[in-house]
Ligand binder design. Structure first.
Ligand code: N0T
Length: 520
């Protein structure tokens, strides 16, 4: 009875984000959950038949979560007539394969454009007006300034969330993305009549209050723009932020974020799952308007945070180089890292280990996951297999700060960190020189994570790594008592080989060869 009383409310609780020590965790049925996911190509989930061979393939790759779109045009093909068949099929098939879902609301905006708006929206420019460029030419982008655009979008999203509430008591859907890669193109701001009117208005009080309240913790690149104008506490957009493309972007970010917040809030009013927005990352030196501007990008994060309290986190999509640089930017101010998209390329396996270990990342997910051949699918599948096994340990030891992660590229320096009483140094395994792959011109990245479960006991998980340890105390050396390879069966450690001799270089280090995957 005591057990039942304790277990019941936890099992029944909604997926939610909780702050635990240095990390935020996603709790699913009361337990920490890591999305070892893959995002479907955009059109894949529009056909249940097309999806059938996809499920077993993703299951074989050890995904625990599929990130899949819900398309406004197919959900509400006629105004007010909702068709939930595709959503119901997704939920049924995910359950059949013991997978969770993150749903993407392809509503008003998808990669800047409004291509997923239903025909009755697309063809009624009067009721559903568009963004306009400087010449007044309407773009294929619904303007966030038109209340009827918001009304239609949020009504549809609200219906979706209502439907999930009614049909998903077992929490197959664990998180929802609102819109997709919002961003202004081809000008930094819209010049439709309502946008122009709003641009002449004072900066909304809510943003000014946020600037005041958060002035010590504003992101530096955003603070610089505000301070350059004298950190004003009232005025129009151009008075407060200056006359520049940066101001145009800040202005649009506010209205995109306020709109998206209203959509998210309507959804949460029916069914409060965690919700986030994703960003198409920009490249430095490119002017606003030339990249999808005003989305939840690092330099306008503050605007999004101020305007969109109903969103739980801001997420980066990775198609750019400099993984760590962007992860660092996205974890500022305690924003949890959630990676809904990473280009499906060599090295995603190593990055998955690193992101979970180093950033307490909640979700990792290569994009167009179903389109992979066996060769490409194998590495991430191996990584996810191991990460699923150690997820309970991760969930348990992360909050205490007892997890570290590392990413090891050919040209990057060794990664050093302290954990417990030891200073660890991780290097790419090919730096040892004797592995066959060491001679190759390019090295697939190595990566891993380490969990301290006791002062002198560690689990290391990863690929292509060599790890040495020295005591933090001066004048001492550390040796290994034993190194075991193994796996977890129902959360119980089952040792395999004893890794000694050449496998740990006679007790000098822990080693996982490049191209191999292991828990030791
Ligand atoms: C992503 C995906 C999908 C040279 C692109 C990334 C997904 C969307 N957009 O396949 O469309 O729905 O979120 C845009 C970044 C391209 C950068 C190219 C750099």
């Amino acid at each position: 009875l005591a057990f039942a009383a304790r277990a019941q409310p936890v099992a029944g609780s909604l997926p939610r984000l909780v702050k635990t020590g240095p990390s935020t965790q996603l709790l699913v049925d009361g337990k920490p959950y890591f999305v070892l996911g893959g995002e479907l190509g955009n059109s894949t989930a529009s056909s249940t038949a097309y999806m059938q061979p996809v499920w077993p393939k993703l299951k074989a790759m050890h995904l625990n979560t599929v990130i899949a779109p819900v398309y406004w045009e197919l959900l509400e093909p006629q105004e007010g007539k909702f068709d939930f068949a595709l959503v119901d099929d997704l939920l049924r098939d995910a359950r059949k394969h013991q997978m969770k879902l993150v749903l993407l609301w392809f509503g008003a905006w998808k990669n800047s454009m409004s291509c997923y708006a239903p025909a009755w929206v697309k063809t009624d420019l009067k009721r559903f007006p568009r963004v306009q460029d400087e010449q007044g030419v309407p773009q294929e982008i619904m303007t966030p300034f038109e209340p009827r655009n918001l009304e239609a979008d949020r009504k549809a999203f609200g219906q979706l969330m209502q439907h999930l509430k009614a049909t998903d008591g077992q929490h197959t859907v664990i998180t929802v993305q609102v819109e997709n890669e919002i961003g202004m193109l081809p000008t930094a701001r819209s010049y439709d009549a309502q946008a122009n009117a709003a641009f002449r208005q004072p900066v909304p009080a809510a943003l000014l209050t946020y600037l005041q309240r958060e002035k010590k913790s504003l992101k530096p690149e955003f603070a610089a723009i505000w301070q350059r104008q004298g950190a004003k506490t009232k005025g129009t957009w151009e008075e407060v932020f200056g006359k520049s493309l940066a101001t145009d972007e800040i202005f649009m970010a506010w209205y995109f974020a306020a709109y998206t917040n209203a959509v998210a809030a309507a959804g949460k009013a029916s069914y409060p799952l965690p919700m986030y927005v994703n960003a198409a990352l920009n490249r430095s030196g490119v002017a606003p308007g030339k990249y999808p501007s005003a989305g939840p990008l690092p330099h306008v994060m503050d605007v999004w945070l101020a305007a969109a309290p109903s969103l739980d986190l801001l997420a980066p999509d990775f198609y750019n180089p400099d993984f760590q640089h962007w992860c660092d930017l996205y974890t500022r101010g305690g924003n949890p890292l959630f990676i809904p998209e990473h280009r499906f390329e060599d090295g995603v396996d190593a990055k998955a280990f690193f992101a979970l270990g180093h950033y307490n990342c909640l979700a990792f997910s290569p994009f167009a996951i179903e389109g992979s051949d066996t060769l490409k699918a194998a590495p991430i599948g191996r990584a996810y297999d191991l990460l699923q096994q150690v997820s309970p340990l991760l969930g348990q030891y992360q909050p205490a700060g007892q997890v570290r992660g590392f990413l090891l590229q050919k040209d990057s320096a060794a990664s050093s960190f302290t954990l417990g009483n030891y200073r660890f140094t991780a290097k790419h395994e090919f730096t040892l020189g004797w592995s066959l792959g060491a001679k190759k011109a390019t090295w697939n990245p190595g990566g891993g994570l380490i969990i301290a479960v006791a002062p002198d006991e560690f689990y290391v998980v990863g690929t292509g790594l060599v790890l040495t340890a020295e005591p933090t105390a001066k004048g001492q050396r550390a040796g290994y008592i034993s190194v075991d390879e193994g796996h977890f069966e129902n959360e119980k450690w089952v040792p395999g080989r004893r890794m000694n001799g050449d496998q740990d270089h006679q007790g000098r280090h822990v080693r996982v060869p490049g191209g191999e995957y292991a828990i030791q």
